[in-house]
Structures are given as C-alpha cells and as structure tokens.
Write a protein that binds this ligand. Structure first.
Ligand SMILES: NC(=O)c1ccc[n+]([C@@H]2O[C@H](COP(=O)([O-])OP(=O)(O)OC[C@H]3O[C@@H](n4cnc5c(N)ncnc54)[C@H](OP(=O)(O)O)[C@@H]3O)[C@@H](O)[C@H]2O)c1
Length: 345
C-alpha cells in the first residue's frame, strides 16, 4: 500500500485527490492538510463527504509526516508549494506538485510569469508530469511538476504532430475554454455566479501564465522555438475544458496521416481517446473521467489542421493525472484507481 498525504485538501483539486485516493486499491490516505481548517473534519468543508468524519485536517509538517507517508500531493497555490517541497523530499517523501512551481525546466521562464524561484536545484530535478509523454522519467522521479490544465489539452493534441513534423510549428492558435472550477475555490469577482453565469468571456489574452509552459514543452519537442497564440475563455460550467487548435499542415497530408500519428503515440494509452473520424469531443463526455478525448479534421482547401481536445480540468487537468503519475512512480498500471465507469450525465 502506498501511504499518501494530501496538502490543500480544502481546495477543489485537493478534495478530488481525497476522493480518488480513498477509492484507490493500492493507496491509503494517511493525512490531509489545511491551514484554514486545522483540527476540523473535512466534512465541515465538504458536506458531501459526510460519513468520512475521521479525515481531520492537520498542519503540513514534513517531519511529522515522514514516518506516515510515502508520497505527498501538494494541491497548493504556486509559491506556497515551493516552500514545502524540499523539506518533504529531505524526509524521503516523494512529491507531486499540482502548482506551477516545478513545471518549468527553464527557471527564467518561470520567473518571468510567476515570481522568483527559491529552489532552483529541485526545479532542475523535477519531471514534467504529462504522463503519456514523460512516463520513463516519471518512473524514477522524486518530484513531479504536474502539468497545468490548459497545457494538458493542448500538448496531448499537438505533441505527436509537432514531433512528427506534420503540423507547422509557426502560427498555431489554441482557442480554449474552461469551466469555473479552473480558478480554484477562493472567491474572485470573475468566478462570481452573476459574472460567470450565462456569459462566455475571453480573458488574459496575450498574458496567460500557461502560454510559456505550453511553449517550453512544444519547443523542446520541435527542437526549435515555438510560439503559440493561446486565447482562454471562461464558460459557465462547473468543470470541463475544451481546446480547439488550428495549425497549418507542414507537408502534404491526408487526415489518415494525422490519425496514424496519434495511433503511434497513444494506441496503448488508456486515457487518450482518439475519436472516430468526423466525431469531436465534448466537455460532458469527459466529465468525471481521467480521459483526454481528441478529434481531428484536415481542411484541404486551406491546408489547415483542426484539433479538438477535451478534459475534465479537475481530473486529467489536475488530480486524475496526478494519481496517474503516482501509479507510474510506484510501478502500478496507469489505470489503477482511475478505471471506474463514469455516469454519462
Ligand atoms: N482548479 C484546477 O482546475 C487546476 C488545474 C490544474 C492545476 N491547478 C493548480 O492546483 C493548485 C490547487 O488548485 P485548486 O484549484 O485546488 O485551488 P483552491 O481550490 O484555491 O485550493 C488551494 C488550497 O491551498 C491551500 N492553501 C495553503 N496555503 C495557501 C495560501 N497561502 N493561499 C491560498 N491557499 C492556500 C488552501 O487551503 P487552506 O487555506 O485550508 O490551507 C486552499 O484550499 C494550484 O496551484 C492550481 O494552479 C488547478
């Protein structure tokens, strides 16, 4: 049994992790932490968890956790995670961080979009946790920077085509939409019911912090600098994320070439589902699952490749992928604890 702790269990991704680990056949939930609800049962925060009153929130203390957990999920805001990761690693505890603090290989790129990085050694050691692409490195990692939700949709759709030089690395556009839980549980005006409900709003055009994360990974795989135009939108649903991606074909292609590339990369992957030709993903088809659904189209008149990629931002975009990474780190099949059948509604 893997002994697991979850920091930030009072947040949206933290509580998803609580749910997943509580149902995981090879993991046992040993600790949940929250600074605001220390000493209180998780049921005080999430009434839907009534019946599980034994989960009491505690303070995040690496020393106190060292004998109790093998792995800690940090479902904390960026900057907060950075301070906790090293003490946990020092105690021999593996770390999967859901914030942006350990996602970048270039600290300057992180610092340009976030703030000063205070643990560059650990950043250099960390592995980017896009499970399907970095599986070999994840197997032996002590620390994982779990990817952002938008980057997960965009990178899973684009990487096979970038790597195989099917899509031109210049001029890619991603028009992406997120449900409101993508902003976390803390209150903000944009997530206010009256602001978000019955509306559809583009935001952070030209300066969203996920752009440099997406561009860093695309550039590594293209072996040259790749810039993309990324336009996020807020949509009035609780959870879900769809990216519609446009790019020019780099060579003469047929849609079957695109489909074959996906097959080469993902045929054995349980959580990437390439939809049949002519079918496209929807938020409701991936909600509650750890799947990334991908649909593709080639427009012969314009030479444009159109990709649509959908995930549940709280699962494949956060907690689900984090558990998938834990499974890989501990030698389990990716699907362990994640292969439940989801309600279609
Ligand atoms: N939401 C998503 O779809 C999503 C997807 C991918 C990645 N992420 C990333 O995952 C991390 C957690 O996201 P989330 O959506 O679960 O956020 P959230 O709902 O706001 O929860 C974050 C938790 O962190 C704890 N925390 C500890 N120190 C804090 C501090 N100084 N300031 C604020 N909160 C503090 C809070 O609990 P206490 O105050 O009780 O300690 C809070 O419940 C973030 O880094 C986020 O960027 C989120």
């Amino acid at each position: 049994m893997i002994k697991v702790g979850i920091a930030g269990a009072s947040g949206y991704t933290g509580v998803e992790l609580v749910k997943l680990i509580s149902n995981h056949p090879q993991a046992r939930l040993e600790a949940v932490t929250s600074s605001s609800y220390k000493g209180k049962p998780l049921t005080d925060i999430f009434p839907s968890m009534r019946g599980f009153e034994s989960l009491i929130c505690e303070e995040l203390d690496a020393k106190a956790l060292s004998t109790r957990v093998d792995l800690m999920f940090l479902a904390l805001p960026h900057k907060v995670s950075m301070a906790y990761a090293a003490p946990l690693i020092k105690e021999g505890i593996k770390v999967i961080d859901l914030s942006a603090d350990f996602r970048f290989s270039n600290p300057n790129a992180y610092e340009k979009s976030y703030q000063k990085h205070t643990d560059k050694d650990l950043l250099a050691e960390s592995v980017y946790g896009l499970s399907e692409i970095y599986r070999d490195q994840i197997k032996t990692a002590r620390i994982i920077g779990n990817p952002g939700c938008y980057p997960t949709t965009i990178l899973l759709a684009l990487l096979p085509l970038i790597k195989e030089k099917i899509i031109h690395s210049k001029g890619i556009i991603s028009d992406s939409k997120s449900g409101v839980s993508g902003a976390g549980r803390s209150l903000s005006l944009t997530a206010h019911y009256c602001e978000a409900n019955e509306s559809f709003t583009p935001y952070k055009i030209g300066n969203h912090r996920h752009s440099p994360e997406i561009e860093e990974i695309l550039s590594i795989h293209a072996e040259k600098k790749v810039n993309i135009t990324f336009v996020p939108h807020l949509v009035p649903v609780t959870r879900g994320m769809v990216s519609t991606i446009y790019g020019q074909a780099a060579k003469s292609v047929h849609v079957t070439d695109i489909r074959k590339a996906y097959d080469r990369w993902y045929a054995e992957e349980p959580f990437v589902r390439l939809l049949p030709q002519g079918r496209f993903p929807a938020m409701s088809h991936v909600r509650g699952t750890n799947c990334c659904d991908i649909g593709c189209h080639f427009d012969e008149d314009t030479g444009r490749i159109i990709l649509v990629s959908a995930i549940d931002n709280l699962l494949k975009g956060a907690a689900g992928q984090a558990v998938q990474n834990m499974n890989i780190m501990f030698g389990l099949a990716d699907e362990t604890g994640l292969d439940y059948v989801q309600s279609p509604l």
